[in-house]
Design a protein around this ligand. Sequence first.
Ligand SMILES: CC(=O)N[C@H]1[C@@H](OP(=O)(O)OP(=O)(O)OC[C@H]2O[C@@H](n3ccc(=O)[nH]c3=O)[C@H](O)[C@@H]2O)O[C@H](CO)[C@@H](O)[C@@H]1O[C@H](C)C(=O)N[C@@H](C)C(=O)N[C@H](CCC(=O)N[C@@H](CCC[C@@H](N)C(=O)O)C(=O)O)C(=O)O
Ligand code: ATP
Ligand SMILES: C[C@@H](N)C(=O)N[C@H](C)C(=O)O
Length: 427
Amino acid sequence: MISIPELYAFYRQHPHAQTDSRKLQPGEIFFALKGPRYDGHEFVAAALEKGASYVVVDRPEAVLNDRCLLVADTLRALQLLARHHRMQQNIPFLAIGGSNGKTTTKELIRSVLSTTYQAYATPGNWNNHIGIPLTLLAMPPETNIAIIEMGANHIGEMMQYCDMVNPTHGLVTNIGKDHLEGFGSIEGVKKAYNELFDYLRITRGTAFVCQDDTELITLSEGIPYRFTYGASPEARVSGTVVQADPFLQLQVRLEGKEVLIRTQLIGRYNFQNIMAAIAVGLYWGVPIPRIQAGIAEYTPQNNRSQLVEKDGNTYILDAYNANPSSMKAAIENFAALNAEKKILLLGAMKELGAASESEHRELIRLISQYPWHLVALAGEEFAGISHPYLYFPDAASLRNWWKSQHITGAHVLVKGSRSLAMEQVIN
Ligand SMILES: CC(=O)N[C@H]1[C@@H](OP(=O)(O)OP(=O)(O)OC[C@H]2O[C@@H](n3ccc(=O)[nH]c3=O)[C@H](O)[C@@H]2O)O[C@H](CO)[C@@H](O)[C@@H]1O[C@H](C)C(=O)N[C@@H](C)C(=O)N[C@H](CCC(=O)N[C@@H](CCC[C@@H](N)C(=O)O)C(=O)O)C(=O)O
Ligand SMILES: Nc1ncnc2c1ncn2[C@@H]1O[C@H](COP(=O)(O)OP(=O)(O)OP(=O)(O)O)[C@@H](O)[C@H]1O
Ligand SMILES: C[C@@H](N)C(=O)N[C@H](C)C(=O)O
């Protein structure tokens, strides 16, 4: 078996890790991982054939030639290799955790820091036990600030990520009701994300904290340096929303001046995400005009709070994911929008465990507080709950109904958990 330093020597010659033979490019090192559908060891021969420089396996029978490197556990080897690589870098590493808005905040920060630094950030949503090591191993050598997104669904996971990433700086976007199945309760969510703060306390790091969030302020106590942002005048970087229809505009006090921040983001919940990026930019000395440009340039992608004009309707396409906190934020934001004909097309919220039924009841209660033109719900979680709204077992049947209605002139919020793929309703 080879050791991590030996594996690292191979990686230095071929600095590209790959876990998927279908995407493999010649020269990459292929790690054979076991997943819910496949065992990567089935694709060792294919990876070698496609030109993998090396293949990392944890079964002696999968060693087909001298380009196959045997380790005790391929996933663990990937993670330890990534950790080893990170430890060679003497640059700031900012870790981003939290229930909602991690990817948006990360992308805004990337956009701001890239105006001035060789900033590198997690590609897409690679935020888990496989995505984080792949992120670290894909970091260009010229990087001088790294921004790493961390997505967890059980207690203990954030600390494991911190052990791998060794963040010098950290940011928890918020504490909400995400992944309640794994976290158990909102107390569990708090405990889980507090692990990033624990790590910063132990290592005497720096945290970016939203001053308006009393929970985060309390949880982050004891971190040697806290750089705060928010609406509160007490925050180191303080601002307010001056326009929110449809795109947010903020007025922010920066270095004694009132500065207008234009964005291409909708949803008041994005205020904190934007403020976080401004604070991070200011902390690292990005000049104000570049902070403005970095924020203004960012357009949300991939079904995250996107504004789509289609077939005579204005859609807020927010179908990337859903949990009780982000649903509440999206619905309240939509309810406050100045429009005549508002329609909700909502999918169920997944991974809520024992809280699923009560949270879907609570969602119905929230919806019922506002006057909508129409409400249609998809997903079995809504089936056993009494409500006066249109119900469909899945997104496909909701889509068929929606297409048959030929409604125009409406504002439509489309949101639901990833597995429902609610974007199909309008695509
Ligand atoms: C393991 C892997 O990378 N799987 C990807 C793969 O899946 P596939 O359908 O092929 O099946 P397997 O996973 O069983 O495959 C096993 C391995 O075999 C490889 N393989 C398969 C077929 C083949 O012909 N050749 C092969 O080499 C395969 O590549 C595996 O290595 O493909 C899918 C489609 O592209 C991928 O979706 C799948 O990716 C998995 C889900 C993954 O974890 N990818 C990471 C890079 C990642 O970061 N993904 C993020 C999603 C992260 C996320 O959900 N975050 C949550 C929090 C999560 C907490 C954590 N505890 C957890 O449980 O994950 C959040 O809330 O944000 C992303 O892609 O967006
Ligand atoms: N600050 C926020 N508060 C509440 N909801 C938010 C906030 N920011 C974003 N959201 C909601 O979360 C959705 C997903 O945003 P984003 O991808 O940035 O979050 P995430 O935390 O990275 O999600 P994931 O954990 O799935 O990767 C958005 O489309 C929006 O509905
Ligand atoms: C897609 C994944 N990152 C996520 O957010 N999952 C929750 C359960 C969702 O899809 O709503």
